[in-house]
Each structure stands twice: as structure tokens, then as C-alpha cells.
Design a binder for this molecule. Structure first.
Ligand SMILES: Nc1ncnc2c1ncn2[C@@H]1O[C@H](COP(=O)(O)OP(=O)(O)O)[C@@H](O)[C@H]1O
Ligand SMILES: [Mg+2]
Length: 234
């Protein structure tokens, strides 16, 4: 479904991704793990059209997304939840959700999708009229994910949704990701939380200094002694 081929990207003269290739198949949860500064956010932003690719190609179901504007990437079926849960604090929860449903197909199905999102996130439904800025950190992350779901994506990209949240909240967010995946949405998750991120996934990639150094079924990566020694703090 998603095919990233030989993508390079960076900032000015500083290259952050070096010829990176990966795939996500229909129905999969794929997790990319790697240390701080490895290039995880750069990768998410390039796929989501938030940042240009210097070389290579990205396509979804055969439709080329490389260097399209974000709204076109979104209309093609890819939604991004960027790092740092950016919600609109002065807007209500329900208005924040509606911001996610801006392309034509999403608007047409707005009520149906809204009901589905409220089912996955009952807390958001309860707080629909509250200002987003009054929500807890975990609730704001849920809102950011719910807003992305409002565009009815085929593929959801999540950049470190667990960042800065208490373990019990992280668990709740990972449960939600599982549930969203069960409804048929493919997931590409980026995580510094290596063990939990891989436990959730079907397949994984390990990113180091802008290159993929390992890939495979998530269970194999979790079992790998070398990775355990370098990453999992075991
Ligand atoms: N806005 C930026 N300007 C310059 N360099 C950046 C910027 N954002 C990230 N980088 C650099 O790009 C590399 C990859 O960063 P990033 O994709 O944020 O990694 P990760 O998300 O894995 O922590 C790092 O070396 C980082 O310092
Ligand atoms: Mg990052």
C-alpha cells in the first residue's frame, strides 16, 4: 500500500535521511524505532508532505505522493499526527475534530465519521463543547488522533504519540491505536518507546542516523539479542 523508495531529505546542507526504503501493507501496524535524532520525525514529515524529499519516491496504492502539498497527501488517504500533539487550544473539541474533515470526501461523510470517532474516544464525546486547551495532555493526544481520523485515512502516521505521557495514558493510547487498526486503517508509528512500540506492531524497522539498519517481523526484532543490548535497556 505505502511504498517509500530511496528517500533522502534534510535541512539546508544537513542531510537527515539517506536513501531510505520501506513499505506498509494494507491492515498492518508498522513501527519505526530509533534513538533521538535518528530521523524519525523527518521521515513522517516527508511522507505527510510537510517537508520535501530530496530524492526518491513515495506512493500509496500506486498514486504518487512525492512532494505533494499536505492537503493533497491527506485527500489521497494519508493522515499525520505530528510530534507534540498540536491541537487548537482556543477551539472546542468538536471544532478541532471538524478541522480534520476538510477535504471533500471527508466532509461528505462527516457525521458518520464523527460518530465513529466518538465511539473510539468516549472522553472526547463527553467533552465535545469544552475548549481543547482545557484537556489533559493525554486527552489532547487523543484529540490529535481523533482529528486525523476525521479525514478517513487509509494510512495513519503517528509521530511519538506517547511522548511526555504517563505510562497508564500511553497504554490507553496504544489500545486506541490497536482499535483503529482493527477497523481497517493501516498504521505507521514512530516510537522512542522501543519495546511497547514493537509489541503493538506486525513489523518494525530500526532507524539509525537516517538509515534503516534492521527490519523484520516485530516479534523477531524484540527477540534479537543485539538489539536488546543496544536499545531495549535489558
Ligand atoms: N528544523 C531542523 N533544522 C535543522 N536540523 C534539524 C531540524 N529538525 C531536525 N533536524 C536534524 O535532523 C536529524 C533528524 O531529526 P529528527 O527527524 O527530528 O529525529 P527524531 O525524530 O528521530 O528524533 C537530527 O540530526 C536533527 O538534529
Ligand atoms: Mg522526532
Amino acid at each position: 500500500m505505502l511504498e517509500v523508495r530511496d528517500v533522502a531529505a534534510g535541512y539546508g546542507k544537513a542531510q537527515a535521511l539517506w536513501g531510505l526504503s520501506l513499505t506498509v501493507s494494507v491492515g498492518e501496524i508498522v513501527t519505526i524505532v530509533g534513538p533521538n535524532g535518528a530521523g524519525k520525525s523527518t521521515l513522517v514529515n516527508v511522507i505527510g508532505g510537510l517537508q520535501p524529499a530530496w530524492q526518491g519516491s513515495i506512493d500509496l496504492d500506486g498514486v504518487e505522493l512525492t512532494n505533494l502539498a499536505t492537503h493533497r497527501v491527506c485527500a489521497s488517504g494519508v493522515a499525520v499526527v505530528p510530534e507534540g500533539r498540536r491541537v487548537f487550544p482556543e477551539m472546542s473539541v468538536s471544532d478541532n475534530l471538524d478541522m480534520g474533515a476538510y477535504h471533500r470526501e471527508a466532509r461528505r461523510h462527516r457525521d458518520e465519521t464523527y460518530a465513529e470517532v466518538c465511539e473510539i474516544f468516549p472522553r472526547l464525546a463527553e467533552r465535545a463543547q469544552q475548549l481543547a486547551g482545557s484537556l489533559s495532555g493525554g486527552e489532547q493526544q487523543m484529540l490529535a488522533i481523533g482529528r486525523a481520523m476525521m479525514s478517513r485515512p487509509k494510512l495513519l502516521l503517528l509521530d511519538e504519540p506517547s511522548l511526555g505521557l504517563a505510562p497508564v495514558i500511553v497504554e490507553a493510547i496504544f489500545d486506541v491505536i490497536r482499535e483503529i487498526n482493527k477497523t481497517g486503517t493501516s498504521i505507521l508509528l514512530v516510537e522512542q518507546n522501543v519495546v511497547e512500540g514493537l509489541e503493538l506492531a506486525h513489523r518494525g524497522y530500526v532507524l539509525e542516523e537516517g538509515r534503516i539498519v534492521r527490519e523484520g517481523p516485530a516479534a523477531d526484532l524484540l527477540d534479537d539479542k543485539e538489539l536488546q543490548a543496544s536499545y531495549f535497556g535489558m
